[in-house]
Design a protein. Structure first.
Lengths: 349, 349
DNA sequence: CAAAATTCTTGGAGCGCTCCAAATTATGGT
DNA sequence: ACCATAATTTGGAGCGCTCCAAGAATTTTG
């Protein structure tokens, strides 16, 4: 690969002049400029290597997005929520003329990824992992963490998941439901986990603030209706597990309403319901979470706890781009009633 | 920002040793190592700056994805097709441990973006723009161009769009349709363009090989049924234009079948049909293109010309990652019949 | 026509790091 | 103790570029 210096030598001028030809051509006498350009062509020099410039001025002009937990970028792209989040981030990047780097990191390589990412700032997916935050702080780059509050010194954006969960339950109890099932999220790879009532270890503290908060909201909402979450089966499946719906119906046949942690999970249930000939909301009501665009397109359209996912992504990007003093933002959430919830039938299916 | 040298000075050791402490700690005597680590902590040195390493070994460990035409990354993320494509790319990046950089570029900055992107290779969205290819070649980095064949020296991946288009028309004429409307894509920003039969300038050569090919396929398919594309209204809308459906129904009320260029467009039509009480496929058949996941979830599910979008993205990434001799890949396409197409009713609505 | 003003070019000084051959120090066996 | 051997540590040599002060060439001015 030829360098500025090579071209300079070939054209009989200095490095600096060649640099000028490419970056500030108006500074170079036309005739000389042409000579340099000719030399560059002959040597197959396609312009200054960005590496050099980078080292010089020290800006990558990029921000990094690191998926939550140990998820890969591809998993983010698969989920309706993840896509909208990335869309929001990319919107802000478009506006700022910044590159968006989707940084991968498996469990073991996540720290190295943060240490070495070629970015000027980070967006960290939600994480219970304090180590990750420390890694990010070491980089001395602006960053924001999603879906968990990491204290006053750290940028964070989350939604009011608890209120959302409470609202979901209230909506359903208001409709008359008394028999629930909860489809929660398993944050480690593996098959669904079924927690039936009465079992010892209930997953109320899974370790992910995101999930814990919603579970607590469900608990509170149920308590308001004199119901105990301890009597409600809780199933945990990985986010995109297509068997989620089946596991729910197999294990919680008496439920008239299913609470979920995401639209994606709710959609899985809808799909399984179709396969089994179970009517939604006739036989069972299903409520989603996130209010993604997908939730409006299902059959029937999903009742869901909506948040502004795109806005959240955009705000996250802006926060790292603007590098202002740390803020902890809590975004509101809103119950959107559509057609997947209704009063339970008098007689249980 | 402290550097290796600073830490070295503070700890009374050389640059090299500090580097070793961070990169190959086993090479450094534990006691010394600790001293260095202590010094690093005091100075707030968070590890070697990736910039330096980068310059040294010259690899970014990233590939860039540049959206087609003058679209922004956000526009790609909005479209079902774009999302699956990026998903496929990210899948390959996950596997390779590579970062995926979503490189923005407006009309004016696209060339600069290519020149300066901090990547080891490129995936270029489809483009009629020869300048872009030249830019990419100048970088002397592996790259692949999507949806247009740029000659034997350049990596490219496209689908057999013509055959797909022919298959779409055959399916519909086979069902008995004789009255068509085509919803094509406008590749510049702006309102829909309506080309009614008999008008002078018909958009058969829009300049985007991607679109041209499909239009030709439609033409051929129609010809096979003794129909002329010159008698078929062609409407062009930008990819995500939500008014597309309305424009189609307003301008082509007599059509019994609508051919589209993407599932996204077809979905728009479905939405508008619901609003107007037009039945699909009762009153009008609609056929999509791409076979994205979304196409299976609509009401009714879309008949579409399916391609393996995820596989395409993955292959594209692999091609630039592997940096093998240039290939021109043409991917097959398949008619997937679902419920949005049916025989036309005897009497036109 | 010389001096002053203007326009171009030059090359040193980094940017922060890793590699590597050479130098230094420690270890172990007589 | 002494030397061979092994284990550590060192610092020069880049990586390719841009900035910038200073020098050179050219043009303008009086």
């Amino acid at each position: 690969m030829p360098t500025l210096a090579d071209v300079g030598k070939a054209a009989g001028v200095s490095r600096g002049t060649v640099s000028n030809v490419f970056n500030r051509p108006e500074l170079v006498r036309p005739e000389l400029r042409e000579r340099v350009e000719a030399a560059a062509r002959t040597l197959g020099f396609g312009g200054p290597d960005p590496k050099g410039r980078l080292l010089r001025d020290g800006k990558f002009n990029a921000i990094g997005f690191m998926p939550p937990g140990a998820y890969a970028i591809a998993e983010v792209m698969r989920s309706p929520y993840g896509r909208e989040l990335v869309l929001g981030v990319s919107l802000a990047c478009d506006e700022a003329g910044t590159t968006l780097s989707l940084v991968n990191g498996t469990d073991n390589t996540r720290f190295a990824s943060i240490r070495e990412a070629l970015v000027d700032g980070f967006i960290l997916g939600h994480s219970a992992d304090i180590g990750l935050i420390t890694s990010a702080q070491r980089r001395r780059l602006p960053f924001v963490i999603l879906e968990s509050d990491a204290g006053p010194d750290i940028n964070s954006i989350k939604i009011d998941g608890r209120s959302g969960a409470v609202a979901a339950v209230r909506h359903l109890t208001g409709l008359g439901h008394r028999h629930f099932g909860i489809l929660s999220i398993r944050r480690t790879p593996g098959p669904p986990i079924v927690h039936m009532p009465g079992q010892a270890k209930r997953p109320l503290l899974a370790g992910f603030p995101l999930d814990d908060e919603r579970l607590e909201g469900f608990k509170q909402g149920l308590a308001e209706a004199n119901l105990s979450i301890d009597d409600v089966p809780i199933i945990e499946t990985t986010p995109g597990d297509p068997s989620a719906g089946a596991v729910v119906f197999d294990n919680v046949p008496e439920a008239t309403a299913i609470l979920t942690m995401s639209d994606w999970q709710a959609i899985t249930i809808l799909d399984e319901a179709v396969r089994r000939g179970i009517e939604v909301p006739g036989h069972v009501s299903v409520i989603g979470f996130d209010g993604t665009a997908e939730s409006a397109r299902t059959t029937p359209p999903l009742t869901t706890i909506a948040q502004d996912v795109i806005g959240k992504g955009r705000l996250a990007a802006r926060m790292v781009l603007d590098n202002e003093p740390p803020r902890q933002v809590v975004l509101p959430v809103e119950l959107v009633v559509r057609a997947s919830t209704a009063a339970p039938r008098a007689k249980i299916r």
